[in-house]
Design a protein around this ligand. Structure first.
Ligand code: MG
Length: 288
């Protein structure tokens, strides 16, 4: 029997999803079914005492799509995107809003609208300052002592433990994202437990261009299907990495991760959709 509050389906598209498993070991609640729509993923559970339906949005772990049917996939390498995958971009977007003199909330809302229209993030600036030159302004920020900061405070709490655990388990671990050469230096200064770090600024090619993922296949050991690319972005990470033959993990966090976790192109091209990097080490194991 499906536990669902009155009116839960009104105005929303619901469908039962297969392949979801609960992480709760809580014997006071019983998983009844799973539902998803374009904006969120959750499980309805029935309270054991009252029977009342309870919505639990974060009890979904590692939804494996049809592309990865094995219990644990054997791979050689795991390569990570940077923004909203390893780093929380909140402060950096806030600094951009400050730099151009608009309220942070206004900047974020317009950024969301630009994303929803399918446009590149950089177009956000054009709404506030037509003709905005991102490269020049980034340099101006640095010259003014207000450049990007990448430190331990920007790392998501699950980032360093995940990288370390993958290394302990014998996987080659890399970082490759759309960042400047300066950001690459800042990332290296974090002394993360990884084998290599590279950025689009260093490679001269950026996501989602196929050339970026061709570089990833040379950057990381293994055949393309033995390399996992982990990211939060449908168009920059999951779809093009899949097209290059890589395994893909969509991390459901940050604006894009939440927005697109159930988007059909993501469901079709992501091997896994996860809520936390803590879930990742148990999904893959190294070639022995
Ligand atoms: Mg990202």
């Amino acid at each position: 029997m499906i536990a669902r509050p009155p009116g839960a389906n009104r105005g929303r598209r619901h469908q039962t999803r297969q392949g979801l498993r609960s992480i709760d070991g809580d014997d006071t609640a019983k998983v009844e079914t799973c539902h998803a729509d374009t904006a969120s993923v959750w499980i309805w559970i029935a309270d054991a005492r009252t029977g009342a339906p309870i919505r639990q949005p974060n009890r979904v772990l590692a939804r494996r799509t049809s592309l990865a049917m094995e219990a644990t996939v054997v791979v050689r390498s795991v390569v990570f995107d940077v923004g909203e995958t390893l780093l929380d971009d909140t402060a950096e977007f806030g600094r951009w809003a400050d730099w151009i003199g608009v309220p942070r909330h206004t900047f974020s809302a317009v950024l969301g609208a630009v994303t929803a229209q399918g446009h590149d993030n950089a177009e956000t600036f054009q709404y506030f300052k037509p003709g905005f030159d991102l490269v020049k302004e980034r340099q101006a920020r640095e010259d003014a002592g207000a450049g990007e900061v990448i430190g331990d405070a920007e790392l998501y709490p699950d980032a360093r433990p995940c990288l370390r655990e993958l290394k302990v388990r014998g996987l080659w671990v890399g970082i490759a994202g759309n960042q400047t050469t300066r950001a690459a230096a800042l990332l290296r200064a974090l002394d993360l437990p990884v084998d290599d770090i590279a950025t689009s600024g260093e490679w001269g090619v950026a996501k989602p261009q196929p050339g970026f993922f061709e570089r990833v296949t040379r950057f990381a050991p293994g055949e393309p299907h033995e390399i996992v690319y982990v990211g939060d972005h449908r168009d920059n990470d999951i779809v093009p990495a899949h097209a290059a033959g890589l395994r893909t993990v969509l991390l459901r966090r940050g604006p894009w991760g939440y927005l697109w976790a159930e988007d059909p192109p993501v469901v079709a091209t992501a091997d896994w959709i996860i809520n936390s990097l803590a879930e990742l080490p148990d999904l893959v194991r190294p070639l022995s």
